[in-house]
Design a protein around this ligand. Structure first.
Ligand code: IMP
Length: 199
């Protein structure tokens, strides 16, 4: 019987990305979205870790759909800022802010800070929960630093200002495939798919 897994995200790009990677692995798995189920109140991201927030979202989805669920939580952590924005990456410039406001605030906070102290990483935690309550988290990280300028039109969020280690370009200057190959989310999703293959 085909194994069904729901992805607890309102972001259609995340759903498509996961579906693409799982389908490429040629497993007997069907990836469903939240729109395939009656809606339910999504939990607030109240935890202080990426793992905790991913788990909250996956648990709520497993409970309300009755099938296995996965959910991710991600963000950027900067050592100079005590690992913030962290879990607050999406709301860094305030509750109603957008990607541009968040990115500009981060650039302003690092204004005048020299290169070695601009180091940070993108982090992604991908939680998997069964309706019976079994839990597991897959984590991916991409280290790099925050550029003092913005460059590139691809991606989203902090991509135009993030240069991964060993790269001369921001992640917004990379194609989706180039970024997937090294990104925090790409790593977490590939670890999840490897685990699916085992089981
Ligand atoms: P969430 O995982 O959907 O809650 O998003 C967290 C926030 O982290 C996003 O709104 C972005 O600001 C940031 N973020 C997470 N992953 C990336 C990425 O791959 N590129 C740029 N920004 C990211």
């Amino acid at each position: 019987m085909t194994r069904q897994i729901v992805v607890a995200t309102g972001n259609p790009r995340k759903l498509e990305e996961l579906r693409r990677v799982v389908e490429a692995a040629d497993l007997d798995v069907q990836i469903l979205g939240l729109s395939d189920f009656p809606s339910y109140p999504e939990p607030e991201e109240t935890e202080r870790t990426f793992e905790g927030n991913a788990m909250l979202k996956a648990q709520a989805a497993a409970r309300h759909t009755g099938i296995e669920a996965i959910a991710d939580d991600s963000g950027i952590t900067i050592e100079e800022l005590n690992d913030m924005p962290g879990v607050r990456s999406a709301r860094w410039a305030g509750p109603a802010c957008d990607d541009t406001a968040n990115l500009e605030l981060l650039l302003a906070q690092l204004d005048g800070v020299a290169q070695p102290r601009r180091a940070g990483q993108f982090v992604c935690a991908l939680a998997h929960v069964t309706p019976g309550g079994k839990r597991r988290v897959f984590r991916g990280e991409m280290s790099g630093h925050v550029a003092p300028f913005r460059r590139g039109d691809n991606g989203f969020g902090y991509d135009p200002i993030f240069i991964p280690e060993g790269q001369g370009r921001t992640t917004a200057e990379m194609s989706a495939e180039e970024k997937d190959a090294i990104s925090h989310r790409g790593q977490a999703v590939r670890a999840f798919v490897e685990w699916l293959k085992e089981g």
